[in-house]
Design a protein around this ligand. Structure first.
Ligand SMILES: Nc1ncnc2c1ncn2[C@@H]1O[C@H](COP(=O)(O)OP(=O)(O)OP(=O)(O)O)[C@@H](O)[C@H]1O
Ligand SMILES: NC(=O)c1ccc[n+]([C@@H]2O[C@H](COP(=O)(O)O)[C@@H](O)[C@H]2O)c1
Length: 175
């Protein structure tokens, strides 16, 4: 089903996982155009945000190519420390959109207050499909590949992403 809806999905994608992909595929199917906002774009090399905006861009672009999706734009969006103007900042950075897909109550509230239609999409196997779980498995040498698209695993391998995630999770004392 395609409508004339122009939609936004926003997340940190640290990294993109199969839960994100379910939302993106549903949204792409329901929209004429989909914008994927890479949130917290200025952060990288931190335990919660290991990958740069450019690396996350590659993960999304290659995964959507793999999935045969074409009607989208990818836009890095930096955080602002003034919540009241963050939505205006997103609007200024992105192609026009009228509908936002998010499950985070705070993000939903900001867009609702700004007059956008906000849609909730089901959370897919949330106990395993989260960035937090993917990063935890990388550090613990457990299977993280089954939680992400093949294209994401390739980007992570190309940049030694697992080595980076492990290094930034080790303190000086080695704990
Ligand atoms: N398993 C999932 N199924 C559907 N949507 C998801 C899933 N995990 C995250 N999302 C959606 O992705 C958006 C947030 O993206 P983000 O990259 O911050 O996800 P995250 O996996 O929760 O991150 P982290 O665990 O690193 O904090 C939210 O709208 C959230 O509801
Ligand atoms: N004021 C702000 O900078 C602000 C407010 C709400 C969401 N965001 C960003 O949007 C992205 C998605 O956030 P949630 O995962 O919380 O929905 C994150 O990168 C988050 O930092 C930023």
């Amino acid at each position: 089903m395609t409508t004339d809806r122009h939609s936004l999905v926003i997340g940190r994608f640290q990294p993109l996982h199969l839960g994100h992909m379910e939302v993106i595929l549903k949204c792409a199917e329901e929209s004429e155009h989909l914008t994927i906002g890479i949130g917290s774009a200025q952060y990288s090399h931190q335990p919660e945000n290991p990958f740069t905006a450019g690396e996350r861009y590659m993960m999304i672009e290659e995964s959507l190519k793999e999935a045969g999706i074409g009607n989208y734009s990818i836009v890095p969006v930096e955080d602002l420390n003034r919540y009241s103007i963050w939505v205006s900042h997103v609007v200024a950075m992105c192609p026009t959109f009228d509908c936002v897909y998010s499950n985070n109550p705070f993000t939903r509230r900001l867009f609702t207050e700004a007059g956008f239609a906000v849609r909730e999409s089901p959370l897919y196997s949330r106990s395993i499909y989260s960035g937090t779980e993917v990063r935890r498995r990388m550090v613990a040498d457990e299977d993280w590949r089954s939680l992400v698209p093949k294209a994401v695993a390739k980007v992570v391998d190309d940049i030694d992403g697992v080595g980076r995630v492990k290094d930034i999770n080790v303190t000086d004392s080695g704990i």
